[in-house]
Design a protein around this ligand. Structure first.
Ligand code: GLY
Length: 436
């Protein structure tokens, strides 16, 4: 079965590797020349992910049966709607349904309208009038740009915004850029990711994962796309309970149904919920309309079932609850990123990777924003590659990831604390205090 993959990052490399193992023949559209993806692909198109007409034109006469859209930007620009016009169904929502990620106000209003739990107190502003008063009323707050902002659209009081004046200024800049801003109550708790696969009716959950957004160890430094993530062998996280998982699943199932009622279309693809476990229970931070990056690397390598069959069921509308079986292993993913990443990346440096030694260390390697040229591998401005250790415990997986990292050399850095016993213990203790 011929499958089009859109996107050239580690997320897409991870999905592609599993689809290839399941028997798919891959056609991949990517901006950078990701060597891992290129090797798996029969043909490669080098364009930006949002050059939709080029991607559709290239794909349409290749007998491609299904597209898998990795990143959010082409979803937001309606790639799924354009591909369907040339007979290619997608794992990924239409532009209308992708508002789940591309419009922060859409999702908050959807939960409110359909009485779905998980929302904070919030208001949507299209002019600065009343923002100051609402920020003062909330005390601690979160300001979200209405549209996609490449990870830079969310700022929190006490972390990125020191004063109400700074809050008003940021909110006003969001309105200028995107026409609206969402201001909401700030939750206190531990965040986690639940990535679900749906055909618009049946929703299948995957193991929980936790990302690390800050660039430096100890969760310090600037925000990034995510420096690494881990999952546990019982598919929960060490500081969460089955009831937390069930609450997040319940919200996602209700949102999936509400999307159908609201949009008149089935949402086919990935619903990746960013949740937070708080003193009062599980709350929704945001939804994304695609797999998490890095979190996809915590779940797909554990999938014992065929991802190709699951994706076929997504596009055919016959997904069944038991279709995805995951092995009871823990995973730790660590991203290798160019020096300066998070502020100003020092890109274009050679990267030396011993692929064989990484696999021999019991880890997986997924390439991201690297470029293969002139017989070598060079870093770009974004995350370069992810290594994933897999073991019976988080500690074992973490040690495998660390052993693998020793085989990557270049002008790069990574977070060694992700998944360590010490870091996990801190999270458990913090969550105990929050729930006490
Ligand atoms: N883990 C962050 C993201 O995928 O957006």
């Amino acid at each position: 079965m011929r499958v089009l993959i859109v996107g050239g990052g580690a997320r897409e490399h991870c999905i592609a590797r599993k689809l290839k193992e399941d028997g798919a023949e891959l056609y991949t559209s990517m901006n950078n020349l990701n060597p891992g993806l290129a090797r798996l692909s029969t043909e490669v198109l080098r364009v930006s992910d949002t050059e939709i007409s080029s991607i559709v034109e290239w794909s349409k006469n290749k007998d491609i049966k299904m597209a898998v859209i990795g990143p959010e930007a082409p979803l937001g620009k309606g790639i799924v709607d354009e591909l369907v016009k040339v007979g290619i169904p997608s794992v990924g929502p239409s532009k209308t349904c992708a508002r789940l990620e591309t419009s922060k106000s859409f999702t908050r209003n959807l939960l409110e309208k359909y009485n779905i739990p998980g929302n904070p107190e919030f208001r949507v502003f299209t002019s600065p009038d009343g923002i100051r008063e609402f920020l003062e009323q909330l005390g601690e707050y979160v300001i979200k740009d209405e549209g996609l902002a490449g990870g830079k659209g969310v700022k929190l009081s006490g972390e990125h915004l020191a004063t109400v004046d700074e809050g008003v200024e940021f909110a006003t800049s969001c309105i200028k850029k995107s026409g609206a801003v969402v201001v909401e109550e700030k939750f206190v708790g531990e965040e986690f990711s639940l990535q679900c696969i749906t055909d618009g009716i049946t929703v299948i959950g995957t193991p929980l994962a936790q990302d690390h957004k800050r660039a430096f160890e100890g969760d310090t430094g600037p925000n990034t796309g995510g420096m690494g993530s881990y999952s546990d062998s019982n598919q929960l996280l060490p500081f969460l309970t089955q009831a937390d998982y069930d609450a997040a699943m319940d919200i996602t199932r209700k949102v999936c149904k509400a999307l159908h009622d609201e949009c008149g279309q089935l949402y086919r693809g990935i619903m990746y919920g960013g949740f937070i476990a708080t003193r009062k229970g599980v709350r929704l931070v945001e939804y994304n309309a695609r797999f998490g990056d890095p979190e996809v690397m915590n779940v797909i390598p554990l999938l014992e079932s065929s991802l190709l069959d699951i994706f076929k069921a997504v596009i055919e509308g016959n997904l069944e609850p038991g279709m995805a079986r995951f092995s009871n292993k823990a995973t730790v993913c660590k991203y290798v990123v160019p020096k300066g990443y998070g502020v100003k990346s020092e890109a274009g440096h050679p990267l030396h990777v011993n692929e064989k030694a990484i696999e021999e260390a019991g880890a997986r390697l997924y390439y991201a924003a690297v470029d293969q040229r002139d017989g070598g591998l060079y870093t770009g401005t974004s995350r370069a590659l992810g290594v994933v250790g897999i073991g019976d415990t988080i500690s074992e997986a973490e040690q495998k990831a660390e052993r693998a990292l020793a085989h990557v050399k270049g002008h790069v850095f990574m977070r060694h604390d992700i998944g360590t016993a010490e870091a996990i213990e801190k999270k458990i203790e913090r969550m105990k205090r929050i729930r006490a």
